[in-house]
Design a binder for this molecule. Structure first.
Ligand code: ZN
Length: 369
């Protein structure tokens, strides 16, 4: 253990533990299809040995340690997402809240314009390819709502079940303070459910027709993109305040909320929104509302106006930059950093997106939501 003392570097110790662990790597990451596989032991050992001999202040050492730090953070986040909750569900699902929510969240008027020919936002190209679709089959549209000067760019697969009008209507009903934390809206045919990927909300099959799924996916953005903590590197559902309030309730909202704390936060947010928006509140439809009270009241207190209809946008995430639809070149980081064609960037709330935070899969939980 002498080399650990030599560097006096806790991260190195962490990394070495990771190196020597014989098992799956981090389960949440930015490269779909690879992050559930166990890393090569040979590569890991080479890295360990290399790090042990590199001078501490060499640029290579610093770069490698930065990478290792982000892997370690992801590993902890993945562990949190894999942790099933042991509180019983108050009801099997939250279907009983959907109609009240849609009835009390009116649409926001919007106009559309076609995207630049031959181009597509980098995120949409990535998602289309990751889901086995041809980016050329994506219909890319600017959607501008009356409560925001800048459009959102929607990417709808030509065979998607919800029409563009359906998607426009649903997203316009989501409180603008939640839309602020959504980068792109996407819809694909086939598959099931929906997920949030680095601030993009991605729907499959008919999921984009159910309003509470929009609220759930937008709630993930609030949590994973730092809307409440103010820092996109710190998820709200991992904070002491959230966990302490969770600990004071006997139940979670439904079976899906039991999946993990990230999913629980999203479901409790659906409850919180219902309670605020629907006359009679959650107690009007759920006599045991008190069994979730600490959780949904905490969302209401901490998310504040963000989950209430009204107001104007203050966008937190700029859309991903344009790339060629047909090019097979790998995207570069500049596509993330380059602003969208029309995005003004005139917002006090803009932040670096947490591109790696996603709910696509946690390896152990098979389905998308
Ligand atoms: Zn979810």
């Amino acid at each position: 253990m002498a080399y650990l003392q030599r560097y006096n570097q806790p991260l190195l110790a962490l990394m070495l533990l990771h190196c020597l662990a014989w098992g799956p790597g981090p389960t949440s990451g930015g490269s779909p299809g690879t992050h559930c596989r166990s890393g090569s032991l040979k590569v890991k050992l080479t890295l360990c040995i290399l790090l042990s001999f590199l001078p501490k202040n060499s640029p290579l050492f610093v770069t490698m340690m930065t990478q290792i730090k982000s892997i370690a953070i992801l590993a902890f986040a993945a562990a949190a997402m894999a942790q099933k909750l042991d509180k019983p569900a108050l009801t099997p699902d939250l279907d009983y809240l959907n109609q009240g929510n849609i009835d009390n969240h009116g649409p926001t008027q919007s106009t559309t314009a076609g995207y630049e020919a031959g181009q597509i936002p980098a995120d949409c190209k990535d998602r289309a390819q990751a889901e086995g679709h041809d980016p050329a089959d994506m219909e890319v549209t600017y959607v501008t709502y009356t409560d925001c000067a800048d459009p959102w760019v929607f990417c709808r697969h030509k065979d998607s079940v919800p029409s563009l009008v359906d998607l426009q209507d649903m997203f316009g009903r989501v409180p603008v303070g939640m839309r602020d934390y959504v980068k792109h809206v996407m819809s694909f045919p086939g598959g099931q459910g929906a997920y949030n990927y680095g601030g993009d909300i991605v729907f499959f099959d008919t999921a984009g027709l159910t309003f509470d799924v929009w609220l759930h996916e937008s709630a993930h953005s609030l949590d994973l993109q730092g809307a409440i903590t103010g820092d996109s590197a710190t998820t709200y559902s991992s904070t002491d305040n959230w966990v302490n309030n969770y600990n004071q309730d006997p139940n979670v909202a439904d079976n899906y909320a039991q999946s993990n704390m990230v999913e629980n936060f999203a479901q409790e947010t659906v409850v919180a929104i219902y309670d605020k928006a629907v006359p009679g509140g959650f107690g009007g439809v759920q006599p045991s509302y008190n069994n979730l009270f600490h959780q949904y009241a905490t969302v209401q207190g901490d998310a504040g106006a963000k989950i209430i209809t009204g107001g104007t946008c203050n966008r937190a995430l700029q859309p991903s930059g344009p790339v060629s639809i047909s090019s097979t070149a790998r995207r570069t980081t500049s596509a993330y950093e380059r602003p969208e064609h029309t995005f003004s960037q005139k917002y006090s709330n803009l932040r670096a997106p947490n591109l790696k935070a996603n709910t696509k899969d946690t390896c152990k939980i098979g389905h998308k939501h």
